[in-house]
Design a protein around this ligand. Sequence first.
Ligand SMILES: C[S@@+](CC[C@H](N)C(=O)[O-])C[C@H]1O[C@@H](n2cnc3c(N)ncnc32)[C@H](O)[C@@H]1O
Length: 232
Amino acid sequence: MQSKTPEKICALFNQIAPHYDQNNDIISIFTHRFIKQHVVNSIPDLPPDSQILDLCTGTGDIARLLQKRFDNAQITGADFSKEMLKIARRKHRGINFELADCLKLPFADESFDLITMSFGLRNTANYNRAMSEIKRVLKPDGIFVHLDFGKEAKFVDEIFHKIVKFIAEIQEDDSYVYLLESKNNFPPAEKLIELFAEHGLQTKLRKDYLQGIISAQYCVKTNVLHSEPDPL
Ligand SMILES: C[S@@+](CC[C@H](N)C(=O)[O-])C[C@H]1O[C@@H](n2cnc3c(N)ncnc32)[C@H](O)[C@@H]1O
């Protein structure tokens, strides 16, 4: 994809939605399932009735894991792709899924105790705008958990390239070539941590998977007027 406009990104995810889960399993050789589970299990306990938002929820994997982990919380999954949400709603009943653009979130300031974003930021058209919105809707001392590629690795890129080409051939759809592009243009975990800090989100914990190829950051929205210990 030459220019990453929100319209093109949304159209791409609408197109790949029917194969998204299956392709995710193939591309990651099922590892994404275990990593997502581990990331959610590592989130600290939250008070009952907490408000949780899973951004770029896609087909709702993380929202579902959050529902199991925090059974008293109110969970919302948000995405701007109607087709991805259609699958999420079909797979996970009892979770509130909303059509929403994370560059302009339809939620009030300081609404959520926890916001998660898995393999999402990389796909947005404007990282700074997405981060400003996350900071805006997160409560003071709220937690932001981010998961995505953490660094480049030549051998993984080669395997990726082969699998993506294979998928493009058998499904006669080259949308997945975009994945390689977005992956190569995405900042490494160290730079992301700086970006989060610029938006008032201090990374308290980082968990690397597959030798750092996948990385999760657990951040807290800092409140300079408040001196309670950090929840992480
Ligand atoms: C690679 S999928 C990740 C899905 C899921 N979180 C997962 O881990 O499997 C990226 C998702 O981000 C969504 N997305 C990209 N830009 C968005 C935006 N500006 N607002 C809302 N959703 C967006 C896409 O529609 C897509 O469902």
